[in-house]
Design a binder for this molecule. Structure first.
Ligand code: NAD
Length: 468
């Protein structure tokens, strides 16, 4: 897996120029990646547009069969793709291979879905049908934390519904997407899937392109707002999966020793670069000291290293920009709170940040207010659970959240009051393919996954017939 090409109109092509992709564990150049220019972007959209009529005329079953082949091909190459994913993204190899299996599983799920017409009403006088028509060309834009899985959340439903796609990964993790394009080349008709790579410079040309009918975007809230603006002139359909600052609320009845490692994993998985990671932790004053101590133990025991090394639990952050941002949060933590584990820059090459636990930090600190997207967890004390709920909701974000308690009725009562798209109780990051997922407030718009995630790629159309 050393040669990389864009996929445009069924052909693997070189980019107009190239760009370096850096291995975040070594800071060395991993690969020269083709970089598309605006002409290639236009060619990719034109190819997708030209492929749309024939692809959309196939039956859902036919498209499902092709999607299943794509799923199987990814499954067969999961180890190879996983290694590449670790090298470009940084996550530990087992997690990277797991992401590839997850990506294949997502395609397999959509391959088995149906899009039958729904009869909404029928009597002697009338029959009203709801039909789900494809939209046309979909732009699938992804971030760098789960490049392959997040792409399949878009490609699966888009293709099954009869659309064609142009995929655009983030500039620091384009390689697995380009390899996906190579795999797709031999399975889908030319133009149905196209891949381009850029240096963060083609996004707006793609989202504002008049021939793109829907934008499916995952990334930061700031970029999501720009995307929303750019689709407004053509009123494109839009799904936005954006940032989060998810709170975990631990009720005062838990077994701290049991919950602490689960919360720690929820906060530090993928080195904290998860939109739905636990980013703020609220703990009752009666268990606060014990929870901080247990979390510190977990942090001190975690193995932080190159994701390629066996036994690594946490790899580096994905890129220099994110790394420097995280160093800023470490400074903030030291200034405003008390660091009980981690906290210092690691003296080695690579964008490594140690898992860090911060206590006695005010709600006004940057680490609490902003999305840190790194393994630095602020632990906040509360007396009254209503106060914890209020503080948890005091944010522009509303992606996820967790509640921990031995009493599920109490936990449910709290979960109901969290303003977010998903709340887990006594677990975290369980995302079944058939359950819709999406953000509240400024964490997103629309849904991915499940039936709702499929309908987002269709135009609902009502046919209202008078009976003779
Ligand atoms: P980002 O917003 O910087 O970039 C995301 C993608 O948008 C990249 O492909 C980038 O090249 C592209 N882009 C940049 N400028 C653009 C523009 N003007 N128009 C269109 N596209 C443009 O995000 P990131 O730093 O790569 O990812 C991290 C963010 O993603 C975090 O905020 C995280 O919470 C969020 N995220 C959300 C979810 C979710 O499902 N809600 C999942 C994963 C990540």
């Amino acid at each position: 897996m050393t040669d990389y090409k864009l996929l445009i109109n069924g052909k693997l092509v070189a980019g107009a120029s190239t760009m370096d992709v850096i291995n975040p564990a070594t800071e060395e150049v991993l690969a020269k990646c083709p970089r598309a220019d605006k002409n290639q972007l236009n060619e990719a959209v034109a190819a997708a547009k030209a492929a749309f009529p024939a692809w959309s005329r196939k039956t859902v079953k036919e498209r499902g069969e092709i999607l299943m082949k794509l799923s199987q091909a990814i499954q067969a190459k999961a180890e190879e793709l996983g290694r590449l994913l670790t090298e470009e993204q940084g996550k530990p190899l087992p997690a990277a291979i797991g992401e590839c299996h997850g990506a294949a599983g997502m395609l397999a799920y959509y391959a088995g879905q149906e899009l039958k017409d729904k009869v909404l009403k029928e009597d002697d006088k009338v029959k009203i049908i709801q039909q789900f028509a494809p939209l046309g060309v979909v732009a699938a834009i992804t971030p760098w934390n789960f490049p392959l899985l997040l792409l399949m959340l878009k490609v699966g439903p888009a293709l099954l519904a009869g659309n064609t796609v142009v995929c655009k990964p983030a500039p620091t993790t384009p390689l697995t997407t380009l390899k996906f394009g190579e795999i797709a080349k031999d399975i889908v008709p030319p133009g149905v899937i196209n891949t381009i790579a850029d240096q963060n410079d083609l996004g707006s040309a793609l989202t504002s392109h008049p021939d793109v009918r829907k934008v499916a975007f995952t990334g930061s809230t700031a970029t999501g707002k720009k995307v929303m603006e750019s689709v407004s002139s053509t009123l494109k359909r839009l799904t936005l999966e954006l940032g989060g600052n998810d709170a975990a609320i631990v009720l005062d009845d838990v077994d701290v020793k049991d919950v602490a490692p689960k919360v720690f994993n929820g906060a530090t998985m993928n080195s904290g670069q998860v939109c739905l990671a636990i980013k703020r932790l609220y703990v009752h004053e009666s268990q606060y000291d014990q929870m901080c101590d247990e979390l510190a133990k977990c942090a001190k025991a975690a193995i932080v290293d190159d994701g390629m090394k066996q036994g690594t639990q946490m790899g580096p952050l994905n890129n220099k920009q994110q790394y420097e941002k995280a160093l800023g949060y470490l400074d903030d933590a030291k200034k405003n709170g008390k660091v009980v584990a981690g906290g210092d820059k690691m003296s080695r090459k690579g964008y490594f940040i140690p898992p860090t636990i911060v206590r006695d930090i005010p709600d006004t600190a940057r680490l609490v207010q902003e999305e840190q997207f790194s393994p630095i967890l602020p632990v906040l004390k509360y007396k009254d659970v209503n106060d914890a709920i209020k503080r948890a909701n005091d944010t522009q974000y509303g992606l996820g959240g967790t509640v921990w308690s031995k009493n599920t009725d109490r936990a449910l009562e709290v979960a109901r009051q969290i303003e977010s798209g998903t709340v887990w109780v006594n677990k975290h990051l369980d995302l079944p393919a058939d359950i819709p997922f999406g953000g509240a407030k400024q964490s997103g718009l629309g849904k991915e996954m499940g039936r709702e995630g499929l309908e987002e790629y269709t135009q609902s159309k009502i046919i209202n017939m008078a009976k003779a």
